[in-house]
Ligand binder design. Sequence first.
Ligand code: NAP
Length: 360
Amino acid sequence: MMNDSKAAFGGPVAPGAAVAPGAAASSAVPAIRTASGAAIPGIGLGTFGSDAVNADQVAEAVRYAIGIGYRHIDCASVYGNEAEIGASLAAAMSGKAGYPAVERSKLWITSKLWNDKHAVADVAPSFEKSLRDLRLDYLDLYLVHWPFPNFHPPKCDVSSRSPDARPYIHEEFMATWRELEKLVDRGLVRHIGVSNMTIPKLKLVLRDARIKPDVNEMELHPHFQQQALFDFVVSKGLVPIGYSPLGSPGRPERDRTSGDTVDMEDPVILDIAAKRGVHPAAVCLKWAIARGQIPIPFSVNPRNIAANLDAISKDPLTSAELAAISKIDRDCRLIKGQVFLWESAKGWEDLWDLDGSITK
Ligand SMILES: NC(=O)c1ccc[n+]([C@@H]2O[C@H](COP(=O)([O-])OP(=O)(O)OC[C@H]3O[C@@H](n4cnc5c(N)ncnc54)[C@H](OP(=O)(O)O)[C@@H]3O)[C@@H](O)[C@H]2O)c1
């Protein structure tokens, strides 16, 4: 059973940890509507444990988070923990998680197709494995995790180049996408979307998709606001889901470079946090909500899981605070994707079409 003092003072969620009385109610969580009319709960729990947190710890965090009011869980096959998370979801929905049962229809569960499963024959089996692991009979959202097909071993060095890695080839991406559309036709997933897309790639997908993507999941935090892409996504009726909303302080060493900046140490964020008496993380999340994106912060710490939900549920930032944060964009991409580069690529910038055209 839970060690209450450990949970209260910030260790990982202990197995069976009780849900704190007075935790934020899910009714306070805003929702953002997709063009097709679905309401996506306005904060999700990230589940990528990097190299430091194991699958059971993430699964406990999911169980705990649902107990205090989270309704949106951001999963992916490559995170290697969907089976463990599936056990938490089953417990939450059956009333065996230490709190009253939560109906399936109240949850928003996302998963993603990994880069080595883009081949037409691989899409449905990979999706079905996620569905089985998560112990669900449908997903709310299924994303193509990255627009590039490749294989690289887990935890490989960022300078490695996979001979299988390919640039974005639109016809191949659309063949993958049509497999996702078939999953919608089969009633196995309600919404499909993309992640890590750029404007030129999205333009082609929007032109050619039979079922349009409902979301683009993209890196978004105060030091990486991606204003042009954000505006494009919103103008086309897609919902922006913002990953690494706190600046990913726990990301693996391989994803760190010397020029990276730290959102939660920015003087503007610190100043707003100090004046409000909140953690800088709360300021990042309040900014995300006010801007209209859905943050999906990761945490296995019960105090932080609860604080993040609390932050987005009340005391929004003022327009002056939002204006101040709009000026601290440092164009600092943290998740650069180096390991996905194909052999002839020059550098990680090639993944992101910086000159406005698709890099081949
Ligand atoms: N689509 C994609 O390609 C993609 C890429 C990257 C990430 N993602 C998704 O986005 C999620 C979030 O991104 P992320 O994990 O990179 O970064 P993040 O959410 O910005 O940061 C997570 C880190 O912040 C800490 N933290 C959480 N709440 C805190 C709080 N209130 N105060 C202080 N520290 C706090 C966590 O530590 P504790 O555990 O100690 O709280 C953890 O180390 C991932 O888990 C994954 O689901 C998607």
